[in-house]
Write a new protein. Structure first.
Length: 88
């Protein structure tokens, strides 16, 4: 599962870093989109879904250079993954 999470976060990073002039706008939109997807995973997903989506949110925050929220979401990811039985 961590390989899948790493792969998706790498793809997200490559997409955001290649967006050129939209860099100032895209990270906030990317963060908002990832938080929304995490909310959906909480409502209707499995523990694995919540783990993966929390990792995507953390990745979006680090790409937006928001270290405070990255640390907070890394903690949420760790808790979600622990609940899903996925080792970090």
């Amino acid at each position: 599962m961590s390989v899948v999470l790493f792969g998706y976060s790498t793809i997200s990073f490559l997409y955001l870093s290649s967006s050129g002039a939209r860099v100032a706008v895209t990270p906030n939109r990317a963060v908002d989109d990832q938080v929304l997807q995490y909310s959906w995973a909480v409502k209707a997903g499995t523990p694995n879904d919540r783990c993966v989506q929390a990792g995507f949110v953390a990745s979006a925050f680090i790409q937006a250079k928001d270290e405070r929220n990255y640390r907070a979401w890394s903690g949420i990811r760790d808790n979600e993954c622990k609940a899903a039985g996925i080792a970090q």
